[in-house]
Design a protein around this ligand. Structure first.
Ligand code: 9MR
Length: 673
């Protein structure tokens, strides 16, 4: 801690490929079901990142790393710690200014009653990140070259990368339907799998059940411009060998077009389980695919319901209701089309209102059960939970069960600094207030990661990246360091499976020394915080864990100020390698480091059930408790309603905040040790 589609067939533009394949699709997108839940191995929490094909030298030393005392490395002894040169002044991107400072948000627009919630001043909805922009010149250059990711050790002379056949950039007029068939090919003859990255709004990417998929997209006037669509082909032999193919779709103005006008709707259309008497808010986004703004009306509002326009975005309205009776409250929300007021959409928001007693849990709170043995227990906390219908219950669980929280996404670069010189601090500020109010420690997460980067960071010049990285670390630590005891300085530096260094944009720019630089920067800013390297798939024996140990040894030989290893532990209900987990923890401790369990969750997959899940939670707790230097244990969320793999019910309260077997199992395991 620092002291201090609706598809309407007007005209169809079709791009058929030359061949039709007969084999079946083997799509294995990373956000879909895990490939091997049976083994109990952890799910790869990694969406595909095309990465880079360059191979920087680990030895390369960036310019600003100054030679250090003892750099000649006395035989047998580690070199002295790295001393960084000062950051450039002025900074390479504009620093936060008074204009970025969050301002108070009206209390009826959130579920918090105990402190003043703030919001970002800028007219931007939180968490909408900037898409990479492409120009007509880019379009004219033709289909962008595929980015090939080559796993270390793969022999590209005997295995050429997969590709897509017959693709070219596409030009349509607004109102047209785009139809593009993706035919994956592999020079060795077998059928590659594929998955799509973010789809254009309203588009589908359907399986043709013959190894191909089809992008179908009804365009509108609002889509005018150039949209990039990326599909990744997966090598049939080595699934980490991938070709990421972007295709550009130019949508031209079409002044004569009578566009299809489809009924507007709202987002989200959902239901919440809430506690009687808690304020519930839902940010209603009136949505029309043609880009116009529908009006929003409540048809049967309960007496306590209010609808307040958002000051920053005319599409948004805040629905607040304070349900004062147990039962089901359904609110009909009518959206009226801006062009044709007769055209309306009707959606429902439902609240299942339950008595406070339904949310009480017997026995000790988890943080208290853990405290008996000196273990700090906590969880990740979802972004803007206080802007959700069920924010009240969420807050009551988080504030009573946890002694430490990690912001699940609110501190990530794309959340905090989506555009150079523009900062969106409000959510993180609110989470820090929340933590302080409930005397929770905070784990800063993550300072350096290859994911959740704004596109502008990914596009930075290699030579500038070290400064960008250090500036981000500095801004985040200076703003939040006072309330933060633990920092995930480096997140997921190793390849998914083989334990070699991940070819991230940071590695591309600085080689392995990006880790040294990041830790040195963090240490300089907060000499007393616990600095952590956080990694997944290290809860069992294998090449990845071996690679981690080798990395630790190299870092320690260079006196990198590393204090702890974070074992993420995104596992499955079939996980049973507790001996290996214990041995791995011991190997880390032998190197003088602490062990944290940072992101535990246990997905139910492949016929698993709630009691197997409970046994895994208890097993991980017991293994941590058996290791004296395993002193922090955090889960990655707590309710199945809010989880990055919610479809596998990986947590210990269900989607209605009722305890599952796993809650009691953890309570018992924590208390017994
Ligand atoms: O759970 C997080 C999910 O909501 C985000 O979309 C995703 C990208 O920012 O990150 C998830 O959290 C990851 C964590 O930050 C690092 N370890 C793996 C976690 C799951 O992917």
């Amino acid at each position: 801690m620092i002291p201090r589609m609706n598809l309407i067939n007007r005209s169809v533009v079709t791009f058929f490929a030359l061949f039709i394949l007969s084999a079946c699709s083997s799509d294995s997108g990373p956000d879909e079901l895990p490939s091997n839940p049976v083994s109990g191995a952890q799910e790869n929490p990694e969406p595909n990142n095309p990465g880079t094909t360059t191979d920087p030298s680990v030895d390369s030393m960036p310019d600003s790393m100054m030679p250090v005392d003892g750099g000649d490395n006395a035989p047998g002894g580690p070199v002295a710690a790295l001393v960084l040169s000062p950051l450039p002044s002025p900074s390479i991107t504009e620093d936060p200014s008074a204009n970025d400072e969050p301002i108070p948000q009206a209390s009826e627009l959130n579920t918090i009653t105990s402190f003043q919630v703030v919001r970002d001043p800028a007219p931007r909805i939180p968490f909408k990140t900037q898409a990479a922009e492409f120009s007509e010149e880019d379009f004219a250059r033709g289909l962008p070259e595929a980015v090939v990711t080559v796993p270390p050790g793969l022999d590209t002379t005997s295995n050429a990368p997969p590709f897509f056949e017959g693709l070219e950039n596409v030009r349509v007029s607004a109102g047209d339907i785009v139809e593009i068939r993706y035919i994956p090919r592999d020079p060795e003859g077998e059928l590659p799998g594929m998955f799509a990255q973010e789809l254009p709004e309203g588009a589908t990417f359907d399986d043709n059940f013959d190894g191909t998929r089809t992008l179908l997209w009804q365009t509108f006037q609002a889509d005018v411009g150039i949209t990039a669509f990326t599909v990744v082909a997966i090598d049939p032999v080595d699934s980490l060998y991938r070709s990421s193919q972007t295709l550009l779709i130019a949508v031209d103005e079409n002044p004569t077009s009578v566009e299809p006008n489809i009924a507007p709707t709202i987002e989200p259309v959902t239901s919440y389980t809430v506690r009687v008497g808690d304020p519930a808010v839902v940010l209603l986004d009136g949505f029309d695919r043609n880009g116009t703004t529908p009006t929003i009306e409540l048809l049967n509002p309960p007496a306590t319901a209010t609808l307040t326009p958002d000051e920053r975005d005319p599409d948004l309205q805040w629905l607040q209701v304070i349900p004062d009776e147990v039962g089901t409250v359904t609110i009909d929300v009518l959206t009226r089309d801006e062009i044709d007021p007769e055209l309306t959409g009707l959606d429902q928001i439902t609240f299942f209102v339950r008595p406070a007693s339904d949310f009480e849990r017997s026995g000790a709170r988890l943080k208290d059960a853990a405290a008996g043995s000196g273990l700090l227990f906590g969880s990740a906390v979802s972004p803007v939970f206080y802007l959700q219908g069920d924010g009240g219950v969420y807050e009551s669980v988080a504030s009573t069960e946890f002694g430490i929280m990690t912001p699940e996404s609110s501190m990530k670069w794309d959340a905090i600094n989506p555009v150079p010189g523009e900062f969106t601090f409000a959510d993180m500020d609110n989470l820090m207030q929340f933590a302080a109010l409930h005397s929770m420690s905070v784990r800063g997460h993550p300072l350096v990661w290859h994911r959740s980067l704004p596109s502008w960071v990914e596009a930075t010049a290699v030579n500038d990246r070290e400064v960008h990285m250090r500036e981000f670390i500095t801004r985040v630590m200076n703003r939040y360091g006072e309330g933060i005891d633990y920092w995930d300085v480096i997140n997921e530096p190793l390849n998914d499976s083989d334990g070699n260094m991940r070819q991230s944009i940071w590695y591309e720019a600085m080689g392995e020394s990006y880790i040294d630089i990041a830790f040195a920067q963090a240490k300089e800013l907060d000499p007393t915080a616990t600095l952590v390297l956080n990694e997944f798939d290290i809860g069992f024996a294998g090449p990845k864990f071996d690679g981690l140990l080798q990395l630790i040894d190299r870092l320690q030989a260079r006196s990198v100020p590393l204090d702890a290893i974070g074992f993420q532990m995104h596992v499955f209900s079939s996980y049973d390698q507790f001996d290996e987990l214990g041995a791995n923890m011991a190997a880390v401790v032998e190197r003088g480091l602490d062990v944290h369990i940072t992101e535990l969750d246990v997905a139910i997959a492949d016929g698993g059930n709630a009691s197997q899940q409970a046994a895994v939670y208890a097993g991980v707790v017991n293994t941590c408790q058996a290791q004296p230097r395993c002193n922090v244990l955090q889960t990655w969320g707590f309710t199945d309603r809010y989880s990055f793999r919610t479809f596998l019910d990986p947590l210990y309260l269900n989607r209605s905040y009722q305890v599952k077997d796993s809650y009691g199992a953890m309570q018992e395991a924590l208390g017994n040790n």
